[in-house]
Design a protein around this ligand. Structure first.
Ligand SMILES: Cc1cc2nc3c(=O)[nH]c(=O)nc-3n(C[C@H](O)[C@H](O)[C@H](O)COP(=O)(O)OP(=O)(O)OC[C@H]3O[C@@H](n4cnc5c(N)ncnc54)[C@H](O)[C@@H]3O)c2cc1C
Length: 384
């Protein structure tokens, strides 16, 4: 990215063109049906892997595309433009990959990353529990060290890819520190490990082409080599992954939804004739389009600025909190505005704008609610 002009490089624009053509041909025509049928098209992960959409930021030595977070944002924005459901499935898969890439041992990277980056295997990050979402240290799952093995027990909820994941990154409480506070540790669990099962599948208001549900561990026994980083590294792994991979991904997906709102508004208002003229001759319709354009541009700039900072190794958690807040809230506002602009047609499922609104609403909690993000942004601002 040319930071002076804040535009993408020629190579990044070329990548966008290729991904856009692919998404328009392979994803867009099926997105409505997947949403109606609550269907997560996991069979596409191999193809998405071949396109470099999945392993974008994974180095080539581990089977990835060896690119950065700007390129990842481009891929998720393009996917999110037509299927935010499939996009969150890819995004959550990348949470697992990011955890391994940034915190794993060389052996763990060699073992897991090539299959994950190519889309041969699917990943999940299981952090949230009934007692621990925003308050993630409130989780109750446990890990006990017995006879040289770790034994995990507990239940996670709202996990993206719960029923389709081959590799599940879990956090559990493995004890208490000297101050009596819980010690959280992360583990990698292979799908067929006895006692590890997916449970209830959620029927969501939106993002319906992603799989979301419960995952349980009942006496899941793991060797010490399945621990990610050290005992007690759980909060660092969870926070860094959620902040810099999760919120980054949700920002880009919502930028995609915002572009969808903008394009649908322009197309509809050009074609719809009322009072003998195109709808776009009305001043309030022009204002609606201007407001959606502003929501899109501000979300785009914040998302790509934060991604550029991540690629430059700069601290960027605060910037991703800002981008996720603006992109999510902007997408909700703009989808509602687009429905209003379309009159009765906005209520008809043949148009994708209803899905845009449901997707934006369903995704607003994932990776932190907007109020939690405001808490983070205020804390950062006050600190400075
Ligand atoms: C579609 C979807 C996909 C998801 N995917 C995953 C996944 O892959 N892995 C995973 O681990 N989790 C996942 N989640 C869970 C998600 O991360 C949590 O739902 C989120 O962190 C909020 O936690 P909670 O649901 O417990 O809500 P709560 O934390 O109980 O929030 C309830 C209310 O309290 C407010 N609140 C909470 N804390 C504060 C605070 N400090 N200050 C002010 N207000 C506050 C919130 O804004 C909210 O209004 C997913 C959720 C959804 C909806």
């Amino acid at each position: 990215m040319n930071m002076g002009l804040f535009t993408l490089t020629e190579e990044q624009e070329m990548l966008r063109k290729v991904i856009r053509e692919f998404v328009e041909a392979e994803i867009a025509p099926k997105a409505h049906e997947w949403d109606e049928q609550n269907y997560c098209p996991t069979e596409l992960f191999g193809l998405l892997g071949e396109m470099g959409i999945i392993g974008t930021f994974v180095p080539e030595e581990y089977g990835g595309a060896g690119l950065g977070f700007i390129e990842r944002s481009i891929c998720l924005e393009e996917l999110g433009r037509h299927s935010a459901g499939l996009a969150i499935s890819v995004m959550a898969h990348q949470l697992c990959m990011g955890g391994i890439l940034f915190f794993g041992t060389e052996e763990q990277k060699q073992k897991y990353l090539p299959d994950l980056a190519s889309g041969k295997k699917i990943g999940a990050l299981s952090l949230t529990e009934a007692t621990g979402g925003s308050d993630f240290m409130g989780q109750k799952s446990t890990g006990e060290f017995k006879d040289g093995k770790w034994v995990l027990n507990g239940r996670k909820c709202f996990i993206t890819n719960a029923a389709v994941a081959d590799i599940d990154l879990w956090t559990v409480i493995t004890g208490k520190n000297e101050k009596g506070r819980p010690v959280m540790t992360a583990f990698l669990i292979d799908k067929d490990t006895p006692g590890h099962t997916s449970g209830r599948v959620e029927h969501k208001i939106g993002l319906r082409s992603s799989n979301t549900g419960d995952v349980s561990c009942v006496n899941v026994t793991l060797g010490p080599e399945q621990m990610l980083a050290q005992e007690g590294s759980g909060p660092k792994i969870a926070l860094s992954t959620i902040q810099e991979v999760g919120r980054a991904g949700m920002s880009a997906i919502n930028v995609g939804i915002l572009r969808g709102c903008l394009e649908e508004s322009v197309k509809f208002s050009n074609e719809r004739i009322i009072y003998g003229k195109p709808l776009n001759k009305l001043m309030n319709i022009q204002f609606a389009i201007a407001e959606t354009k502003l929501d899109y541009e501000t979300a785009w700039l914040l998302t790509y600025r934060a991604a550029a900072m991540k690629d430059q190794g700069l601290p960027c958690a605060g910037e991703f909190a800002q981008s996720k807040y603006l992109a999510t809230e902007g997408a909700i506002r703009s989808a509602k505005r687009t429905i209003d602009l379309m009159g009765g047609y906005g209520a008809i499922n043949e148009y994708p704008v209803g899905r845009f609104l449901r997707d934006a609403l369903a995704g607003s909690t994932a990776g932190a609610t907007s109020d939690v993000l405001k808490v983070v942004i205020a804390a950062e601002t006050l600190k400075r």
